[in-house]
Design a protein around this ligand. Structure first.
Ligand code: SF4
Length: 266
């Protein structure tokens, strides 16, 4: 689900290729992990899919192009990351793609359970497959699950997400393409951002203010990532002269748990 990192964009501009799991400049996460790559477009938010651009630009790193591909060579990467991190799963794909096998998905979840020092943030546009497979998965508390909602036509993805037993359920309203009226019951975090790059579609301040107000009214953490523009940070990231960098409470709980286990171990 490419919210592709600024680092990837910079790499593209500078002709540098570092497209595996990596540290990232996405503000709400620390690293990306891609146990699968490739996808296909399912809704208007996919129009300028950056993962597709990257796979076309660097075919030597993506021998199967933008075709959905399991990458078992990357499956165990998080086990080697010692520093506790927020890990965005699949910046180059969609974990609930129709060609994903249940067996491999369960292996991905087993790695996430094993790496309980990290928090894993999964984002999908395949809400139906998510709900279909959710009962077959073991949901450790360090797995956060989100759906993309780019306009009101896709607000029903939230109803599917609400039924998934994840510790944190979140929405990524990026690229935000229209006003949203959201039912935020059972949702813990909302991220909003505008589109960037050539042909970016405009975002309107009143749409963002409204989602911020809806989040406030529902007691949901609100994160405003960027206005977008030709470059991701072209318009900055302030809304009415302040930034919104809220994280769900579960993040503090996770950090406290880590502190406690460090104390016990010392
Ligand atoms: S679902 Fe995500 S990765 Fe797949 S085509 Fe759409 S934007 Fe790209």
């Amino acid at each position: 689900m490419p919210l592709v990192s600024i680092e990837c964009r910079r790499n593209l501009q500078e002709g540098v290729v570092r497209l595996s799991s990596t540290n990232t400049a996405i503000e709400w996460t620390d690293k990306t992990w891609n146990p699968t790559t490739g996808c296909n477009k399912v809704s208007p938010g996919c129009k300028h899919c950056y993962a597709e651009t990257i796979t076309k630009r660097f075919p030597q790193h993506f021998p199967t192009g933008f075709k959905f591909t399991l990458r078992p060579d990357r499956l165990k990467e998080p086990t080697s990351w010692r520093k506790p991190s927020r890990v965005f799963v699949n910046s180059m794909s969609d974990l609930f793609h129709e060609q994903m096998t249940l067996e491999y998905l369960q292996e991905v979840f087993a790695v996430m359970r094993e790496c309980d020092r990290h928090v894993f943030q999964i984002l999908t546009k395949r809400h139906e497959r998510l709900l279909e497979l959710a009962p077959e998965l073991d949901w450790p508390e360090n797995v956060w699950m989100g759906v993309s909602v780019e306009n009101q036509d896709y607000a029903h993805r939230v109803d599917y997400l609400r039924q998934v037993p994840a510790e944190v359920r979140f929405l990524s309203c990026e690229p935000l393409l229209g006003p949203l009226h959201l039912d935020l019951k059972g949702i813990h975090w909302v991220i909003v951002g505008g589109e960037s790059g050539l042909g970016h579609r405009p975002i309107h301040a009143e749409w963002v203010r409204s989602i911020c107000a809806q989040s406030r009214a529902a007691g949901v953490a609100f994160f405003f990532k960027q206005w977008g523009g030709i470059r991701p940070k072209a318009g900055g990231r302030e809304l009415d002269r302040r930034t919104y960098d809220e994280m769900p409470e579960a993040w503090e709980r996770h950090l406290r748990r880590l502190d406690k286990s460090r104390l016990v171990a010392s």
